[in-house]
Design a protein around this ligand. Structure first.
Ligand code: GLN
Length: 198
């Protein structure tokens, strides 16, 4: 499914999980791309969407909130066919295995994850990344208390690496990043997710 403006007619709607964290910045990107979006707080909200973004934030908190509602199960079901992109805490939630028992991952992409693997907030950093889907092959990587990806299953493709470690991975409709594309001025990662990268 393509979400690009050029498709014309009724554009599909992108949900942004809005339980906690950095959801407003993702919504801004969708607005800039001219793509209809809706904040998702319940499974009823999710049912109105064709794709979903799970933002950064605090994965322990988001996991608890997903468990308390039936939204976690609804996202698992949704992710069997619909596009989902998770950034930072969103990647942690999408993974299969997390080093912190307080997080119950959704298991939608077969990777293992170590939380806060670069250190504390003070060890956050911004670095240029080699990005195969942009014209100039570059994008900015904003890493904030970022996780690291450990095991990557055979069916998972690494799209972007940093220091030989995967930081953006994909298995078909599921895309997960350890960094924050919503905090740069670039639109390329969101455009790639929605299938409208130029
Ligand atoms: N360290 C956070 C966590 O483990 C993720 C940080 C982020 O999303 N920027 O949930």
């Amino acid at each position: 499914m393509k979400f690009c403006k050029t498709e014309g007619g009724n554009l599909p709607k992108v949900g942004v999980l809005a339980l906690q964290g950095n959801f407003a910045k993702h919504a801004q990107k969708l607005q800039l791309l001219g793509i209809p979006y809706q904040y998702v707080k319940t499974s009823q909200d999710l049912a109105k969407c064709d794709a979903l973004i799970i933002p950064g934030g605090e994965s322990t908190t988001m996991s608890k909130l997903l468990e308390l509602s039936n939204l976690g199960c609804a996202i698992q079901e949704f992710g069997t066919t619909n596009p989902i992109m998770g950034t930072c805490a969103g990647l942690i939630l999408l993974s299969r295995k997390v080093d912190d028992p307080r997080v119950k991952p959704l298991g939608l992409i077969d990777i293992s994850v170590k939380r806060n693997a670069y250190g504390s907030q003070l060890d956050s950093f911004i670095t240029p990344l080699f990005c195969p889907f942009t014209k100039n092959r570059r994008c900015r990587g904003v890493f904030i208390r970022a996780p690291k990806i450990g095991h990557v299953a055979k069916n998972v493709q690494t799209i972007i690496s940093q220091n030989n470690e995967p930081v953006m991975v994909r298995n078909k409709n599921i895309i997960a990043l350890t960094f924050h594309p919503e905090l740069t001025t670039e639109l390329s990662v969101h455009a790639y997710f929605l299938g409208c990268a130029s």
